[in-house]
Design a protein around this ligand. Structure first.
Ligand SMILES: Cc1ncc(COP(=O)(O)O)c(C=O)c1O
Length: 379
């Protein structure tokens, strides 16, 4: 007999990441596949970050500075906050997990707009809590009134991913202000801004740090994984009142971010050129993809992030292998509640053209016709 895990773990649906390039290439016997499945930076990491990481790696015999003092100071200075209002995590994913474990007892609730980034339900499940997802308005915009109406005595966190992955929808400045003003004191707002730098050009998109600087108690999460291209190093950060940071620090592993990641992140912060190139690429290529997709029998939702949610007229699961064997890795969205959709990361022009070529092939093969036969590869 093998001992059983905790019942709340047995019930857990694990987070399913995008498929690695090597795995797909090996399965289909192909080379040169492109991965547009995990909202990564197609320009690679900041070169300054790479140089700093290479230097730092020489001293990995030492434990890291557990709280990342230098990086926290730099982040605090940049955002007009104090270093004890900053916490680092192994990606913002870890900070989601830490926040949930810090604030939810088993049976407590995390309230969120429907289809929120899937790390939230995963973290809540691990903690033995309950996620309450509230239907969104048109365009996947959070419904502030419906969210507020669902706040109960067991609600401990109200989470927003702004903009949300995979829907691309967002809460406007007015939405966020109204929500923060009306939330009762026993609820911690958590605003996940993983795509902040891509979204901030949109007129009514809010910077949640304004609310924190204005004295509202909330946790704002950001990451080095997207704009700065450091997803593989796993480093993200959060800003909150010092009481919240102090509580989360009790739950955090003492050495949760590596010295290499801290050094790379610090250098990336100073690489304005790489950040600007990345933002410009996403702006141009997202518009290119939206225009191209509008000419095809699919529906792409507008997005403030470096990704698009794309609906097909047929279920996506049988079509996914058809993209994969053409060397294009996309993210199936059935597990996120969208069985007819995939999520497409904005790539370089070459990668995007490659994707469109594969899509045209799939369309040409009749695979997107509602009555299409199941492709051989999916039988
Ligand atoms: C909305 C959102 N939040 C957080 C993350 C986590 O990023 P990381 O853990 O790499 O910082 C992602 C990654 O895709 C995301 O889409």
């Amino acid at each position: 007999m093998i001992p059983s895990p905790r019942p709340s773990v047995s019930k857990l649906a694990p987070y399913v990441p995008g498929r690695p390039i090597e795995e797909v290439e090996a399965e289909y016997g192909i080379g040169g596949a492109v991965k547009l499945a995990s909202n990564e930076n197609p320009l690679g990491p900041s070169p300054r970050a790479v140089a700093a990481a290479l230097t730092a790696v020489r001293e990995v015999n030492r434990y890291p500075d557990g709280s990342g003092t230098v990086l926290r100071r730099a982040l605090a200075a940049r955002h007009g906050l104090s270093p004890d209002q900053v916490i680092l995590g192994g990606g913002s994913s870890e900070l989601i997990d830490i926040a949930v474990r810090t604030y939810l007892e088993p049976g407590d609730e995390l309230l969120a707009p429907a289809a929120i980034f899937r790390m939230f339900p995963v973290a809540v499940g691990r903690a033995g809590g309950t996620i309450v997802e509230v239907p969104t308005l048109a365009g996947f915009r959070p419904d502030v009134d419906a969210l507020l109406a669902r706040v109960g005595s067991r609600t401990r966190i109200l989470a927003l991913a702004n903009p949300n992955n995979p829907t691309g929808g967002y809460a406007t400045r007015g939405d966020l202000e109204r929500l923060l003003r009306a939330l009762p004191d026993h609820v911690l707002p958590v605003v996940d801004e993983a795509y902040f730098e891509f979204a901030r050009e949109t007129g009514d998109y809010p910077d949640a740090l304004d609310a924190l600087r204005g004295g509202r108690p909330l946790l704002v999460l950001r990451t080095f994984s997207k704009l700065h291209g450091l997803a593989g190093l796993r480093i993200g950060y959060g800003f909150a009142p010092l009481e919240v940071v102090a509580a989360m620090n009790k739950v955090r592993e003492p050495f949760n971010t590596t010295s290499v990641a801290q050094a790379a992140a610090l250098a990336a912060l100073d690489d304005a050129e790489h950040a600007e190139r990345t933002r410009a690429l996403v702006r141009t290529e997202r518009a290119f993809l939206l225009a191209e997709l509008a000419r095809r029998p699919v529906t792409a939702h507008p997005s403030l992030g470096n990704f698009l949610l794309v609906d097909l007229p047929v279920p996506y699961a049988p079509v996914d292998p058809e993209f994969a064997r053409r060397g294009v890795i996309l993210r199936p969205m059935a597990g996120w509640g969208f069985p007819r959709s995939f999520r497409l990361s904005v790539g370089t022009r070459d990668e995007n053209v490659r994707f469109l070529g594969a899509l045209d092939d799939v369309i040409g093969a009749g695979l997107l016709r509602p009555e299409a036969p199941v492709p051989a590869s999916a039988r």
